[in-house]
Ligand binder design. Structure first.
Ligand SMILES: Nc1nc2c(c(=O)[nH]1)N[C@H]1C(S)=C(S)[C@@H](COP(=O)(O)O)O[C@H]1N2
Ligand SMILES: [Mo]
Length: 402
């Protein structure tokens, strides 16, 4: 490990691009949304979300094992991995499912992220399909792959996620590069999972084992591994304990909210959402009355087809222009709107729609409503404040002066 990547010696002063919520473990969000004007976020400005401190991993000793429903258990060194398998790249937005948690009232449990727990990088690594094939894994669509991280101290539950085999084979990567550089320690060195379009919690960092299984992790046998899959990262109404399912057959997070068979959705793919980058809150003095409003919109593994902007707090809406989605399906869509601004106070809001016709709700519900799904334009308040895509919580107040 190089010295600067030692979490004990790296302090927040080294990273002006980030606003640290905690330093040990490191949890930091993008400090200035102007970062989002670029379609890739630099490795230095990329948000960090760690449950445990960044582990010091010796790449010479690190190994990946592939276990479970396989012909033969396989163990691979980093060199074997890099030499024996094809690589692919994907530009993918990582968004923490707790992004926007500050908007839940009363407060939801967890780090109080505003809207900076989202970033985009180009990830390069090995398709999981190639790795599983090499181990002679059984890969029927109804199976699961449990991906296990190496960061938990001995006494703590291991960070691991169970992912449906169909998604795994489709497009998941074991990435070892981020924006053309080796993965930085805090982003999962030497190898992490990338699950395109899905919430960040699925993209396990510091991967050490892949286990092919008939069910998701659950019950006594997987107790040491399943906390972050079954107990956390679930949408829980006030007063309810998570139901541990063995299997679900709906993976889209919003579809899960609507499915009777799933009471407490898992945070899998990202909900449709958007964010205004410019102007920022405060006084603006346009030279010719035109104020360009810019922002980003994203929809997980769906596609953003429309973004609307309101300059009167959501009373009236106008279509924004979609300006190129460089990088493909899993990056964010930028938008702009040239606003002919009249002097006075304005509340700017944006809302996106995806190719399935799903939009953003206006607000977040009251906990006592105990909503299970988006209802009457309200996002369900939930105990841990996941998945907020309500547009009014992201509004920007500006005063236009002449
Ligand atoms: N092993 C491990 N993987 C992990 C985590 C973790 O704490 N441990 N955090 C997850 C969460 S909640 C998110 S949002 C992303 C954040 O990735 P980043 O720190 O590279 O931005 O990593 C995920 N992978
Ligand atoms: Mo997260």
């Amino acid at each position: 490990m190089v010295e600067k990547d030692d979490p004990k010696t790296r302090f927040k002063d080294d990273r002006p691009e980030l606003e640290f919520l905690t330093t040990q473990p490191e949890n930091a969000q993008v400090a200035n949304y102007s970062q989002y004007e670029k379609f890739l976020t630099s490795n230095e400005a990329f948000f960090i979300r760690n449950h445990y401190s960044t582990p010091a991993i010796d790449e010479g000793k690190w190994e990946l094992s592939i276990t479970g429903l396989v012909d033969e258990e396989v163990t691979l060194s980093l060199n074997e991995l890099k030499e024996s398998f094809p690589t692919e790249s994907v530009v993918n937005v990582l968004e923490c499912s707790g992004d926007g948690r500050t908007a839940f009232k009363p407060d939801a449990d967890g780090h109080q992220w505003s809207f900076g727990a989202i970033s985009t990088a180009r990830w390069t690594g090995i398709p999981l399909s190639a790795l599983l094939k090499a181990a002679g894994a059984v890969t029927n669509d109804d199976l699961w792959l449990t991906v296990i991280g190496a960061d938990a101290p001995k006494s703590e539950p291991i960070f691991a996620r169970s992912l449906p085999m169909s998604k795994v084979l489709d497009d998941c990567l074991l990435a070892y590069e981020m924006n053309g550089e080796l993965l930085p320690a805090e982003h999962g060195f030497p190898a992490r999972l990338i699950v395109p379009g899905w919430y960040g919690n699925n993209s396990v960092k510091w991967v050490r084992r892949l286990n092919v299984m008939e069910t998701m992790m659950h019950g006594e046998e997987w107790k040491q591994y399943s906390k972050w899959h079954q107990q956390r990262y679930r949408i829980l109404p006030k007063g309810e304990e998570p139901i541990e399912y063995e299997n679900v057959d709906v993976f889209d997070t919003q579809d899960q909210m609507e499915a009777d068979a799933i009471r407490h959705p898992y945070l899998f793919d990202k909900l449709v959402n958007s964010l205004i980058i410019k102007p920022t809150k405060g006084v603006i003095t346009p030279t010719d009355r035109t104020v360009t409003i810019t922002g980003i919109a994203w929809a997980g593994d769906d596609i953003v087809t429309r973004v609307e902007v309101s300059t009167d707090g959501g009373e009236t809406w106008t279509d924004a222009e979609l300006v190129g989605q460089e990088g493909g399906q899993f990056t964010w869509q930028r938008f702009r709107y040239d606003w002919n601004a009249s002097p006075g106070d304005h509340m700017l809001v944006s809302r996106a729609t995806d190719d399935r016709g799903r939009g953003q709700p206006a607000t977040i519900s009251d906990p006592d409503e105990k909503l299970l799904q988006i209802t009457d334009a309200k996002f369900p308040w939930n105990q841990r404040g996941y998945g907020n895509n309500a547009y009014m919580t992201r509004s920007v107040d500006v005063t236009v002066e002449t």
